[in-house]
Unconditional design. Sequence first.
Length: 64
Amino acid sequence: MKRQIELYHLTKIYNNQKTSRKALAGVSFTLGPGLYGLLGPNGAGKSTMMNIITGNLDATSGKV
C-alpha cells in the first residue's frame, strides 16, 4: 500500500497578548509518494506546515 499525506482545512494561528497572526488558513491537499519541494515567500507558512505534518507543532484546527 502506498502511503500519502493528506491535509484537511489546516489552520494555525499564533496568539500573544496583543496580536494574533494566521500562519495557515484552511490548507487542504493530498501528496502521494514521490519527491516534492515546498516553495513560497518569507512568512508564507512553509515551516509551520512542515512542523505540523511532522508532529512538532499542533494545528489550531484541521487534520493531517
